[in-house]
Design a protein around this ligand. Structure first.
Ligand SMILES: [Zn+2]
Length: 72
């Protein structure tokens, strides 16, 4: 195993990418869209006081922004 976390091929979405205003630099990183999505939803709830209901329109919008690290 490498000493540092291998991020190539991981999936990611950031607060900036989904349009959260301000200077938040949080990035949710994971192996699957579901993992990334859950990390971001938890962060939005804790840091931005924003709840994303499962299956909601916001839910589907956020999932569309999840992408492979290193790609747009
Ligand atoms: Zn944030």
């Amino acid at each position: 195993m490498p000493h540092h976390e291998e991020i190539a091929g991981k999936r990611v979405v950031s607060c900036t990418e989904i349009g959260i205003l301000g200077d938040c630099d949080f990035r949710a990183i994971g192996d699957s869209d579901d993992e990334v999505f859950m990390k971001l939803v938890n962060h939005l709830k804790e840091k931005h006081d924003t709840v994303i209901p499962p299956g909601s329109h916001l839910d589907s919008i956020i999932r569309r922004f999840i992408h492979v690290i290193g790609t747009v």
